[in-house]
Design a protein around this ligand. Sequence first.
Ligand code: IMP
Ligand code: MG
Length: 190
Amino acid sequence: MTSRPHSVHDDVTKVLITSEAIQRRVREIAETVSRDYEADGGARLVIVPVLTGAFMFLADLVRDLPHKIRIEVVTVSSYPGDSTVSKGAALVGVLPKDLEGRDVLIVDDILDSGQTLGLLQDEILKRHPRSVRTCVFLRKECRRVREVTCDYVGFEIPDAFVVGYGLDYDGFYRNLPYVGVLGVLDGGAA
Ligand code: IMP
Ligand code: MG
């Protein structure tokens, strides 16, 4: 079988973060997370990834965590269709049960307006966890609708709409192994 070299998709005009840089950084974050939760061997740790965008970050991150952990996904909708501006976060479906007394680590692809993580923190706190921390792959430099503290951040990026490594535009480009800016959006919508 021949392997296909990764090339940059024609629609992407700028690669912001290469696949190699992502892999290195995710390993570093996993090491920090492991250290922070090692006191009890991560026994109470529940990872709560936000679908769909966090799926690739999650998959790489948890493979580098040595603990026996639970993963409980949540779905939040905020950017319907081809929108590049948040329409406000709304929980789709229900939150995981049994968060009481647990160390919850929310994992998301990107912190933008702050509404998604803000909403999740509020809802999860109502379940009386022992702790709640947040881990985002990207943090955008922009004016937040809501200020949210992030405990772990992969990369700080400028205020542009980006795709790849789980992030989409209208459902596309999530599979790209790097983070890039689309030609059609470059210099346009944020
Ligand atoms: P927030 O609620 O505005 O902080 O946005 C969080 C969600 O919006 C993320 O989980 C993403 O799904 C989506 N989002 C924000 N910025 C981008 C982007 O640049 N590209 C793709 N999705 C984005
Ligand atoms: Mg998302």
